[in-house]
Design a binder for this molecule. Sequence first.
Ligand SMILES: Cc1ncc(COP(=O)(O)O)c(C=O)c1O
Length: 380
Amino acid sequence: MSGWKIPLITPEVDDQDARAVYDVVLAGDVAVGREQEHFERIVTDITGAKFGVSLSSGTAALHLALLALDVGPGDEVIVPDLTYIASANPVRYVGAAPVLVDIKPDDGNVDVDILNDFIEERVRRNYILPKAIIAVHVLGEPCDMEKLLAISKNYGIPIIEDAAQSFGATYGAGKLAYKATGSIGKFGVLSFSGNNIVTTGGGGMLLTNDGALASKVRHLSTQGKLANNNFDHNVVGYNYRLSNIAATLGIVQAKKLSAFIKAKRLIYYRYRENLELISNIRMIAINPINNGSCWLSTAVFQDKKTRIKVEASLRSNGIECSTLWTPIHKQAPYIEAPFVGAGVSVDLAERSLSLPSSTSLRESEQKEVIDTIISTLVHI
Ligand SMILES: Cc1ncc(COP(=O)(O)O)c(C=O)c1O
């Protein structure tokens, strides 16, 4: 229990989920079992990716994607500047350096034009190119994968899609119509942590359409153990496999994904209808053509001072809310990392506030959030 009258995001776990886990625990299939493969199949059916390797976290999935692409010391990797820090940390795990690229003010996703200019400039100067691009679908909103794929093709730079916040989101038009986030790049990363749309209590999955890469990742995720039953290992691997208990929860949760997304989208639209009536307040945009997951509804205020006032007022009324992430280039481990852009990430992060977005949020609770925001703004 969070202790908040209205929490920011709580997982929606019910009796059916608990019973499934109970049964698998009693059967003794806690670490390894049929449910792992079953869960992978459900997720690949949903996303359309050919292969899915279930892992202990989304961070582990990013780490293994970078290793599988042979990213290492001396390499650079593009990472958007406004995202959860887990998008950047695995770049450092493999000894590579992130290049942080600014974002767009409307939806908070990476500014592909800035990214493209950066790469073109590198080409003009005959400098080394980034070894990979981590494309994040921030807050569940699909980023501009069509343009990113063109860059990837032009310069031979693979894309790792960080779809941790956008499981189930799809493109609605153009070349990528009906394709799900995470199924398009060389790799796609999902997270099933406690606040993600489908939870396994902690877990992730790496998606790919390349069978050889999928095998490489699975091998790395199980300590690099060879299949000869002799405890022989041919590489330094990792203990990154998802437990069978977690996979069991994932199966029941994933079956509810479309209902969860429907609920999240309804929440987003209700905030937008009500809050955008007030001048100088807007929601972080979604592209109406696509089907974003609306994982976390986030409002943008006219300035930082207003955001701070609304934040304090919500909290004092028992309503949990959260600022967006501090831009990566402003965080201690990345202060020296190159940042490309004018600082849209800083401005958006200062003025934004994420609002309660649990799939189980009741309409009356959402009304209370909206009323609290409006009455705070009226008294400023
Ligand atoms: C954008 C993004 N990338 C990566 C991760 C890491 O996932 P995990 O917490 O499962 O390691 C998260 C977590 O939600 C995330 O939001």
